[in-house]
Design a binder for this molecule. Structure first.
Ligand SMILES: [Zn+2]
Ligand SMILES: [Zn+2]
Length: 326
């Protein structure tokens, strides 16, 4: 059994290695193919984290089969952010103690950098309360993945290197090879993924608007929603965490929600939980705190048009004597 101290050291070194790996393109160069792989792996692994680790394992906001559950856990594990049990336990703890002294990653009670990544480098990161994830621990395959999550990440790295070397021989026109795919598809993509997800813990508790008067400082933020496939509607989420959709309205872009909805059409997932009517009523009552431009009413538009015509006519009349004199 590895001691807590050793695990802590391994995790810290690993975090540093992944960041240093981002310097590799100095030697490996870049190709459109490698950048495409980087973006693709960012996108699908972010989906594994948001739709899988967060909305499914942490909040059980929809239902699915045991096979699909495992596939989501596998995708989440490939992001290098530990196993599904660890992730869900830490996240449930965050909801229980949001922005209090007990919260592991709060930019309100701790510093911004602490909430973003300082806690990852601390001993608070290592252990979790297994009682809080008993509903997940009953599945041996999830426990196995929680224990061996690093294997999934390692296989991804080895697979990318192998693919790059194969393409260097089979499709030299792509201009890629093993080291280059490892640099972009593994190190850079994983680092971007770390910081993308971390913004939900840091920025989404300080920057944005608040629709609901939650006891924490959670915010709604379009930028974070775009880079995290919908997790930026964090104030909505803290108000009603068991909803599968975090953008509560059509204009709140939530890509994970769109994909999960499409999955539900083909039966991969089902029973997607929605916010109840009382949440929408509460949002309407708090409308003064929604920072959205109000659309003008029809009479206001008509009035604006006739005012515009009057101003234009007056301007033409004023110009007439000058043109007559010319
Ligand atoms: Zn939060
Ligand atoms: Zn949550």
């Amino acid at each position: 059994m590895i001691s807590e101290q050793t695990r802590f050291r391994i995790l810290n070194s690993w975090f540093l290695i992944v960041h240093l790996g981002c310097l590799l393109p100095i030697w490996t160069g870049v190709s459109w193919f490698a950048v495409g792989v980087c973006c693709f792996l960012y996108f699908i692994r972010m989906f594994g984290l948001t739709a899988g680790y967060h909305r499914y394992f942490s909040h059980r906001s929809y239902k699915t089969s045991r096979v699909f559950q495992f596939l989501m856990a596998l995708l989440g594990a490939s992001a290098g952010q530990n196993g599904p049990l660890w992730w869900a336990a830490k996240h449930r703890h965050h909801h229980r103690y949001s922005d209090t002294e007990e919260d592991v990653h709060s930019p309100v009670t701790g510093s911004f950098w602490w909430s973003h990544m300082g806690w990852i480098l601390s001993k608070k990161f290592v252990d979790y309360d297994d009682n809080s994830v008993r509903d997940l621990a009953k599945y041996p395959e999830l426990r196995m993945l929680d224990w061996g999550h690093a294997v999934v990440l390692t296989l991804l790295g080895v697979g990318l290197f192998g693919l790059g070397e194969l393409l260097a021989v089979q499709a030299p026109g792509l201009g890629t090879d093993g080291p280059q795919l490892l640099a972009w598809g593994f190190f850079i993509s994983t680092t971007l993924l770390y910081h993308g997800v971390f913004t939900v813990n840091s920025l989404a508790h300080v920057w944005g608007s608040r629709r609901f008067n939650t006891t924490d400082q959670s915010r709604n933020n379009l930028f974070i929603a775009l880079i995290t496939l919908g997790e930026g509607w964090h104030n909505n989420h803290h108000r009603y965490m068991t909803s599968e959709r975090q953008g509560f309205y059509w204009w709140e872009i939530d890509i994970s929600h769109y994909i999960l909805t499409m999955f539900s059409w083909v039966g991969l997932v089902h029973d997607l939980r929605k916010p109840p009517q009382k949440i929408y009523d509460e949002a309407r009552q708090n409308k003064h705190s929604i920072h959205l431009p109000e659309l003008p009413s029809l009479p206001e538009i008509q009035e604006g048009i006739s005012e515009g015509i009057e101003e234009l006519t007056a301007a033409i009349k004023q110009r007439k004597p000058a043109s007559e004199g010319a």
